[in-house]
Design a protein around this ligand. Structure first.
Ligand code: ATP
Ligand code: MG
Ligand code: FE
Length: 333
């Protein structure tokens, strides 16, 4: 099965060709980060315009790099949601146009299912499994008893982990997206600043990062007012320690309660070195549970993951009609 994946939910225009859900034949990503940087975040109008300009080029390049033509494609899988509606629409309409013109089946993919399935490009998935999804818009623990069925056992009640990273970074005057900058600073600093950990009610797998974010901002402002100096790298290190401790602790508790065989790390924040290290250390101690962590370029937005998730829907005959629409609030199920 050869699937052409398309992803335009946020600020990456991406296309990829995937064979049998596991093998990357091509993976093309046109990032718009440079265009959004000076605004300190993604500007939806600018994102849509870039997608319009890039989508055809990226599609052709993905086919060319895979050394295939559109005739070799069994289905087109596209992100239908969640994301920015204007951005999603460009990918969905491009997919529909190509699918309709060539009589190719169409598949709608949930963006977070895509992030999770990035792992299938690295290793065979073993069920039941648990995925820790940490991205710009999501922080979730997802239980899967089989392919294509998602049970969200915990999620953020306010900010997503990536959102907290980006906001803290902005407070420290670092460029967008701030996650990688905080990550780098954190490794230079020390965890000398006492910051809260939001455990929530006993037994809850939900997350909350807005209190932590506010604590960082308050710490900085209070120090400024007192004329005290606070090292940005120490604040970054302390912030990262709080995020990582909560994520790792809740993941391990869920692994024990649900008795899973595998843990998959997913989403843009999965690129975080502190999180990757802490999870790896923790799972070295846990027998019979395999931890999978995708390489950095499969953690952030890409279309290879959409092709991989789309393959499962192809196998289950879950096709979309040519009336497929963008759905910015699509739920993971
Ligand atoms: P979603 O996937 O929830 O729809 P998104 O697609 O915008 O949101 P991703 O592209 O998956 O998000 O991830 C982007 C986020 O990952 C940004 O918030 C960015 O700061 C964060 N990020 C990237 N690298 C790192 C890192 N090394 N450490 C922490 N955060 C990081
Ligand atoms: Mg992005
Ligand atoms: Fe994403």
């Amino acid at each position: 099965i050869i699937i052409l994946g398309i992803e335009t939910s946020c600020d990456e225009t991406a296309a990829a060709v995937i064979r049998n859900g596991t093998e990357i034949l091509s993976n093309v990503v046109a990032s718009q980060i440079e265009s959004h940087k000076r605004f300190g975040g993604v500007v939806p109008e600018i994102a849509s315009r870039h997608h319009v300009e890039e989508v055809t080029i990226v599609l052709e390049e993905a086919l060319k790099k895979a050394d295939l033509t559109i005739k070799d494609i069994d289905a087109i899988a596209v992100t239908e949601g969640p994301g920015l509606v204007g951005a999603l629409l460009i990918g969905v309409n491009a997919a529909k146009a190509v699918a309709f013109a060539h009589g190719i089946p169409l598949i709608g993919v949930h963006h977070i299912a895509g992030h999770i399935y990035a792992n299938r490009l690295m290793a065979e998935m073993k069920f039941p499994l648990l995925s820790l999804v940490v991205s710009g818009g999501h922080t979730e623990l997802v239980y899967m008893k089989e392919h294509g069925i998602f049970d969200v056992i915990g999620e953020t009640r306010d900010d997503a982990a990536g959102e907290a990273y980006d906001k803290v970074a902005r407070t420290l005057g670092l460029p967008y997206p701030g996650g990688p900058h905080i990550d780098r600073l954190a490794h230079e600093g020390e965890t000398t600043i006492d910051l809260p950990r939001a455990w929530l009610e006993e037994g809850s797998y939900d997350f909350s990062f807005s209190g932590l974010k506010s604590a960082v901002i308050n710490t900085l402002h209070n120090a400024e007012q007192r004329g005290e100096e606070i090292k940005a790298m120490d604040l970054a290190a302390s912030f990262q320690a709080s995020v990582v401790e909560v994520l790792v602790t809740k993941t391990i508790r869920a692994v024990e309660e649900y008795g899973v065989k595998q843990v998959l790390l997913a989403g843009g924040v999965a690129a975080n070195k502190g999180l990757r290290y802490a999870l790896t250390q923790a799972f070295d101690q846990i027998k019979d549970v395999e931890l999978i962590i995708p390489p950095l370029h499969l953690c952030t937005d890409n279309a290879a993951m959409i092709g991989a998730a789309g393959t499962v829907l192809f196998e289950k005959n879950r096709f979309a009609g040519y009336d497929l629409n963008a759905n910015p609030g699509l739920e993971l199920r």
